[in-house]
Write a protein that binds this ligand. Structure first.
Ligand code: HEC
Ligand code: HEC
Ligand code: HEC
Ligand code: HEC
Length: 447
């Protein structure tokens, strides 16, 4: 009872403060200072890419809408404008959330003419959508020689920087300042920042990884360029984003290694060392909304009879707690991080798990890393299908004796004929080499 009162009190203070602070820093601008993506006809290829992205779906995304509803219900509507200002800046500046009537551009979430009229960021902490927008019709990007008869163009160094993305990809609690999403900060502390590899290089190239140069034409009738970026913003959202691109990125993000002995005595313990390395993500793995994302390792031992035993599991995500110490807390109630188990860029985590060796082998041990954008319960509540993706998997067989191992190798017909073929090629090769040596040996002796 006392706790409940304390919690209600803290929340009241929190959200009263929110209502009076400038949680939404954006100025007011009419929607017609922005264009819908349908008017970017000269950039047809880029428009088709962007349509598949989470940026284009930022306001219609069922997972977002479900969380927004919960957040508003929990805070008497105080938090909604904070969410909407970042997921739908154009509609926010045009006052469309107040009327509920959306212009085409306002309903497009993070749209072309928003990003290309951003000129910089506010001084201070990077994040919480502290972007500076100058909707004067000039489209800004990385080229200093772009010419268009439809709109003025300008070179923008800001667009080539990770800070451009960081303005929205760092989210902290608008009242208590707690870091809720820190993708930019994670990147800035990573070796990728030192090497000058930006968000754009991984998320706006054909990839996975950095695919530069990517030659092409940025606009119909424009010059052939050495390198253009794609408007794909491919991440990890297999269920709602571009499934093919998201899957490719997830499968390039991590390496899973497994070490086991090959032969152990029946009845003894088999140590399985599992190491996961974040080889492909320029930030922690996973990143972003990591209280919602699900990434986990399962280590399974399968006996000769097909019986499976889960011998190890590790979940990689963030758990927040609220003012009463309850967890998991939703981001809007979060006051502290209770736990945060994720993998920094280019770093590894390692665990040793034990399996019981049966009297007779083989015992097959597999280590598999999985990812889902959210839990099954959340997906079901929001009415969407979110698949589980296998990011990486390794399997080893363990035997009780070298005879058992040899028998198992022989039992695999592919392995045997493969080895036979290889041996044949080796022998043929040797015969040819010896033949050549003998031939030249004889020749040099006769001459
Ligand atoms: C999230 C912000 C964002 C959105 C949304 C976005 N762009 Fe871009 N765009 C960029 C950035 C950043 C660059 C420059 C990247 C760099 O140089 O590192 C860029 C580059 C470009 C370029 C220069 C040529 C090229 O491909 O590199 C064009 C043209 C362009 N965008 C058009 C569009 C169109 C059309 C849309 C909508 C269909 C769009 N952009 C959506 C951020 C965005
Ligand atoms: C104006 C704010 C804003 C800017 C600027 C911005 N983003 Fe985003 N981005 C978002 C929002 C909001 C989402 C989430 C939309 C959703 O899932 O509902 C998102 C989603 C994404 C995703 C998809 C994540 C997934 O789960 O698949 C990627 C990747 C991404 N952004 C990359 C970038 C990159 C790279 C840049 C810089 C060139 C950038 N963003 C700039 C707001 C922004
Ligand atoms: C070296 C390449 C690389 C760089 C640099 C990089 N990323 Fe990523 N990013 C990835 C890969 C691979 C994934 C997929 C695995 C994952 O979810 O982390 C990813 C995933 C994401 C996601 C989706 C995370 C999720 O689970 O929903 C977002 C959002 C994102 N990146 C934004 C950014 C931003 C913003 C930057 C720059 C501050 C950036 N990335 C820099 C490679 C990179
Ligand atoms: C400053 C920008 C910003 C603010 C404010 C913000 N978000 Fe987001 N949101 C993002 C970005 C960036 C992502 C993508 C991160 C990732 O992929 O993990 C995202 C992703 C999400 C997702 C995951 C969508 C999916 O399809 O997986 C949900 C749900 C969400 N936000 C809800 C909210 C709610 C509710 C609020 C308000 C309490 C909010 N957001 C406030 C930037 C923001």
């Amino acid at each position: 009872m006392k706790n409940m009162f304390a919690r209600a009190f803290v929340l009241a203070v929190t959200f009263a403060a929110l209502a009076s602070t400038a949680a939404v820093a954006l100025p007011e601008y009419p929607a017609d200072l922005f264009l819908p993506s349908t008017s970017c006809g000269c950039h047809g290829g880029l428009v088709a890419q962007w349509e598949q992205t989470m940026h284009s779906k930022a306001l219609t995304d069922p997972l977002y809408l479900y969380k927004l509803e919960q957040a508003n219900a929990d805070t008497d509507g105080a938090i909604g404008p904070f969410c909407e200002s970042c997921h739908g800046a154009v509609a926010m500046m045009a006052g469309e959330f107040a009327t509920g009537e959306f212009s085409p551009q306002g309903g497009e979430g993070v749209t072309c003419s928003l990003c290309h009229q951003i000129t910089g960021r506010e001084e201070g902490r990077i994040g919480n959508n502290a972007i500076v927008v100058e909707p004067d019709g000039t489209m800004r990007a990385q080229f200093d020689d772009a010419v268009s008869s439809f709109h003025p163009t300008a070179y923008s160094e800001f667009h080539t920087s990770a800070e451009f993305c960081g303005s929205c990809h760092n989210v902290y609690h608008p009242v208590n300042g707690l870091d809720l999403e820190s993708t930019y900060t994670e990147w800035a502390a990573s070796p990728y920042a030192d090497e000058g590899i930006t968000c754009q290089d991984c998320h706006m190239t054909p990839g996975p990884g950095v695919t530069k140069p990517n030659p092409g034409v940025a606009a119909a009738g424009g010059p052939e360029r050495e390198h253009i970026y794609t408007m794909t913003f491919a991440g990890a959202n297999v269920g709602l984003g571009d499934a093919v691109l998201a899957e490719e990125r997830l499968q390039a993000a991590a390496k899973v290694e497994l070490e086991t002995p090959e032969i152990v005595e029946g009845g003894s313990t088999v140590p399985a060392v599992v190491r996961i390395t974040n080889i492909g993500a320029g930030h922690y793995l996973p990143t972003g909304l990591t209280d919602v994302r699900r990434m986990w390792l399962e280590v399974v031992a399968t006996g000769p009879d097909g019986q499976e035993t889960l011998i190890g599991k590790r979940e990689f995500h963030t758990v927040f707690s609220d003012a009463d110490g309850n967890s998991p807390a939703d981001v809007w109630n979060a006051v502290a991080v209770e736990s945060d188990d994720r993998i920094p860029p280019r770093e590894s985590v390692e665990n040793v798990w034990d399996a019981a060796m049966p009297a007779e082998g083989p015992l097959t041990i597999s280590a598999t890393l999985y990812y889902r954008s959210c839990s099954e319960e959340f997906a079901e509540a929001a009415g969407v299908e979110i698949p589980t993706t296998t990011m990486a998997s390794v399997t080893h067989a363990v035997y009780t004796s070298s005879e058992e191992a040899a028998a198992a190798t022989r039992a695999v017909p592919g392995a045997q004929s493969g080895n036979g073929l290889l041996l044949g090629i080796l022998i043929a090769g040797l015969v040819v080499i010896v033949g050549i040596l003998v031939f030249f040996g004889l020749r040099s002796r006769t001459s």
